[in-house]
Design a protein around this ligand. Structure first.
Ligand code: NZQ
Ligand code: ZN
Length: 376
């Protein structure tokens, strides 16, 4: 087991109608707020008016930045930073899923010192402070509501990359599962596939941290049951709540303590698929994970066998991988590139090689990358 520090400063406010508590949690963060959101779903499902009502009740002056896209791009983040600086905003409220929250993390980090957000993402500059960030989560998937990570795309350099800093933990995250009831069937499934993928990235992060391994198993078992039920009952509050809590627990540190890191090789591969075809994040992972497991079935035999036994009660590597494929399929997710009409495998392996995709524990060379893409 590796040494570790537990210091997750995010205050998570979870449950039905928690947004009514916004005023009491926002007292310390100034009066001028930048409210960031996506392409409009919050205006159709009532979340926009609810959050705005609470911000007005809190006596805040609201400046809005609308239009963050799924697989968010750094250009939008740059525009939001300029807009925030022009209006002297003192804190940021992100209302959305991972794309909106991740963008808001980099907005809050780049605004105080007017930094170039891509330089921040690439660790070329070191921010010393951030505006406080509050999130209102609307989609269960990434865990960004309680972690220090953000992922952005740069369409000029052709990269999708992750960044981490303790400065971007949200100060408060409001997680009302009823806010996720309007997420459609596809994105609900992709979200659950993403949560499973985070659990697996932790598990394949190595080190003897058996309690963390058991947290991983618990999260995947929970989702193997809750996920398919939820896809047939999209408006069920309890199932939405279970999925939302699982998303937070899968990437808020719990499954990582005692390890060096996660592996994150499959995320690296998924990011290249999203970059090329704007594939939703969870769908890129449900395609990449089975292929990665098949490619590593010999060197990770022991780990895959244990997982198969604990999660699905099966006894072989092949059966374990097959169970994951069945689970992703039950979640309405693609497990092959052909399922989302992608045929140009060379284009993917070329960019994987160019962007040096690899895991942190299971290192992938060029030959590995080509073979994994062949299996997709
Ligand atoms: O554009 P809007 O209107 O927000 O619509 C979104 C979008 O079309 C919609 N949606 C969100 N909440 C909804 C809703 N539709 C109806 N009702 C609601 N309540 O769903 C679509 C997808 O939203 P998005 O935010 O892109 O999804 P997700 O939460 O899966 O975020 C994905 C992004 O997070 C990154 C991914 O790479 C991807 O860019 N990740 C972030 C991580 C982190 N910060 O820790 C880790 C993850 O591994 C991941 O890489
Ligand atoms: Zn993910």
């Amino acid at each position: 087991m590796q040494n570790f520090i537990v210091n997750n400063p995010t205050r998570l406010v979870f449950g039905k109608n928690v947004c009514e508590q916004i005023p009491e949690h926002l007292k310390d963060f100034g009066s001028r707020v930048l409210m960031v959101y996506g392409k409009g779903s919050i205006k159709n499902n009532g979340i926009y008016s609810e959050v705005k009502k609470q911000l007005v009740k809190s006596g805040k002056t609201i400046f809005e930045f609308e239009g963050i896209k799924p697989n968010p791009i750094v250009d939008d983040v740059e525009k939001a930073i300029s807009y925030g600086i022009k209006n002297n905003v003192e804190f940021v409220v992100a209302v959305g899923g991972g794309s909106v929250i991740d963008s808001s993390k980099i907005i809050s980090l780049s605004t105080p010192e007017n930094l170039n957000p891509w330089d921040v993402m690439k660790y070329k500059v070191k921010p010393t402070k951030a505006l406080p960030l509050i999130t209102v989560l609307t989609l269960a998937a990434t865990g960004t509501e309680m972690n220090q990570f953000a992922v952005l795309q740069n369409t000029t350099t052709n990269e999708k990359t992750g960044f981490g800093s303790p400065l971007i933990y949200p100060k408060v995250s409001f997680c009302d599962p009823s806010f996720t009831v309007s997420v459609n069937k596809d994105y609900t499934g992709y979200g659950i596939a993403d949560i499973i993928a985070h659990s697996l990235e932790a598990y394949f992060g190595g080190c003897d941290s058996t309690l963390s391994d058991r947290f991983v198993v618990s999260i995947i078992r929970e989702l193997a049951q809750v996920g398919p039920e939820l896809l047939n009952n999209l408006s069920d509050y309890t199932l939405r709540a279970k999925a939302m809590w699982a998303s937070t627990c899968a990437l808020n540190g719990l499954t990582f303590y005692g390890r060096n890191s996660g592996d994150w090789g499959v995320h690296d591969i998924g990011h290249v698929i999203s970059l090329l075809y704007d594939t939703p994040h969870g769908a890129s992972l449900s395609i990449a994970y089975p292929a990665w497991l098949k490619h590593n079935s010999t060197n990770l035999q022991k780990e895959i066998l244990w997982l198969g036994k604990e999660v699905f009660n099966v006894e072989t590597v092949d059966k374990t991988i097959n169970e994951f494929e069945k689970l992703f399929s039950k979640l309405n997710c693609p497990i092959k590139l052909s399922h989302i009409d992608i045929t140009n495998k060379k284009e993917i392996s070329d960019l994987l090689i160019k962007n040096k995709a690899s895991g942190m524990v299971v290192k992938l060379n060029n030959d590995d990358l080509v073979k994994i893409v062949d299996l997709m």
